[in-house]
Every structure is written in C-alpha cells, then in structure tokens.
Design a protein around this ligand. Structure first.
Ligand SMILES: *Cc1c(COP(=O)(O)O)cnc(C)c1O
Length: 232
C-alpha cells in the first residue's frame, strides 16, 4: 500500500468518524481512532505516523515487539494490545504496552498487575465482553462482569477504563447497533455501581461497523482494513 493510499484512507476514515458524530449528535473529539496494524509492515505504520496517527493496535505479541523495536526512536506512540491474551504472554504485554483491550479473566488481570514494571504508569485496561454470547469468542460473559470488574479495580497497577467488544460480524446496521447498545448499557450500569471509577472508554466498532458503534457511544474505533488495506 503506497503512502498516498494510506493518506487517502486515513482522511476518509476521519471524515467517516466525523460524519457519524454529526449524524448522531456526538462531538468528534469524543471518538478516537485506533489504527489496527496487525500483519502490516512497519513502513505502513511509519506512514500513518507521518499523518498524525499515534495509537496502534496489535494482536500478535512477537510481531508487535518487532515493530516497537523498529519504532523505538519515535516519541509518543501509544500501543494497544487487542488480541486474545494467554497467561504466558502477560509479562511481555505488561512491559511493552500502554493499553490492553482483551482482559477477560481474573488470572490475566492478576498477572498483568504483578508484572507491570514499577517505573511505568498503571496499565490501562478494558474488559472484553462477549456480547453476542458465542461459545467460540473470547470475552467475559455479562454475568461474570461485575465480579471481574470489582477485582480489577482492586489491582493498583491496572487502571480500569471501560469495556471492549468484538461482536459477531453482521452487515445489518440494526444488528450491529444492538450489540453495541448492549455494551454501552453494561458500561452505564457499572459506572452507576462504582461512581468513582473512571469509565471513559468504550472500545467498539471496526472498519465495517464504525457508524453503528458511534451511534451507540463508542469512544474508540479500532480500524485496520479501512486504513491499511487488506491483510494477507
Ligand atoms: C483486526 C481487528 C480489528 C480491525 O478490523 P478491521 O475490520 O480490519 O478494521 C479490530 N479489532 C480487533 C480486536 C481486531 O482483531
């Protein structure tokens, strides 16, 4: 993908986000774009960086660490781990990332907390919720959420910022919105239950459903294909 293409794509995604905000009565500054750069070469990230993108989402640890090393001289990048997380990967994630979106069980939370280096700020975490209740998908069930949230809040090296979901793909806007509305409702309930928690982040929406996600209150859309083109 050439530089002009990435530039055009980013401009288009920014415009789409802005238009969705206007359409649904939100302020464009409320919605941030996470550039999902999995399976993209480091040059693609460099191009996005020259266009003002600072936050990148990665799914695969080894690949992410290599890109981070290649971009070590670039200041103010923000790295988000968004892929399925296994216990044996938590140390690297706790050391190398600023955010984790895929926290879905207590054991992972405890390990990330224990392994977060003392010289770094607390790891910013989102609890991933399985809103479409598919057995194969990761994410905490809505029923398990309150207990998990209570435990995460007690961990001093984690800062709980909200919820994330990855619903079953659908091309039907009504269905897309239903899943996002469910996540937004869960976040409201948790915020009411713990008024002191700083739940300012709802990570939902990807290339194919960002408008529906913004309609339902997304503050962080995770965009891969629409910025970088297809992955191989
Ligand atoms: C790959 C991925 C994305 C980006 O998906 P696109 O459809 O390419 O925008 C977003 N979120 C997660 C968790 C992903 O794994």
């Amino acid at each position: 993908m050439s530089h002009t293409h990435i530039a055009q794509h980013i401009a288009k995604v920014r415009k789409q986000v802005e238009q969705a905000c206007i359409k649904f009565g939100r302020h464009p500054s409320e919605v941030n774009i996470l550039a999902v750069s999995k399976k993209q070469p480091v040059d693609a990230l460099r191009q996005a960086i020259t266009l003002g993108q600072r936050a990148f989402g990665e799914n695969y640890l080894q690949e992410a660490l290599e890109k981070q090393a290649a971009l070590a001289q670039t200041a103010n990048l923000e790295w988000h781990f968004i892929g399925p997380l296994q216990s044996n990967k938590t140390r690297n994630v706790a050391e190398a990332f600023d955010w984790v979106h895929s926290l879905d069980r207590l054991k992972l939370a405890q390990r990330l907390n224990d392994q977060r280096p003392a010289d770094k700020p607390p790891l910013q975490v989102l609890i991933q919720v399985n809103v479409s209740q598919e057995a194969s998908k990761s994410g905490a069930t809505p029923e398990a959420l309150p207990d998990l949230a209570a435990a995460v809040q007690a961990l001093p090296r984690l800062q709980w910022r909200g919820l994330m979901c990855l619903p079953a793909p659908s091309s039907d806007p009504t269905q897309q919105r239903a899943a996002f509305a469910q996540l937004a409702a869960l976040q409201r309930e948790l915020q009411q239950r713990w008024p002191d928690a700083r739940l300012d982040t709802l990570s939902m929406g990807m290339s194919g459903d960002l408008e529906a996600a913004i309609a339902e209150g997304s503050t962080l859309v995770r965009i891969g294909t629409a910025i970088f083109g297809a992955r191989d």
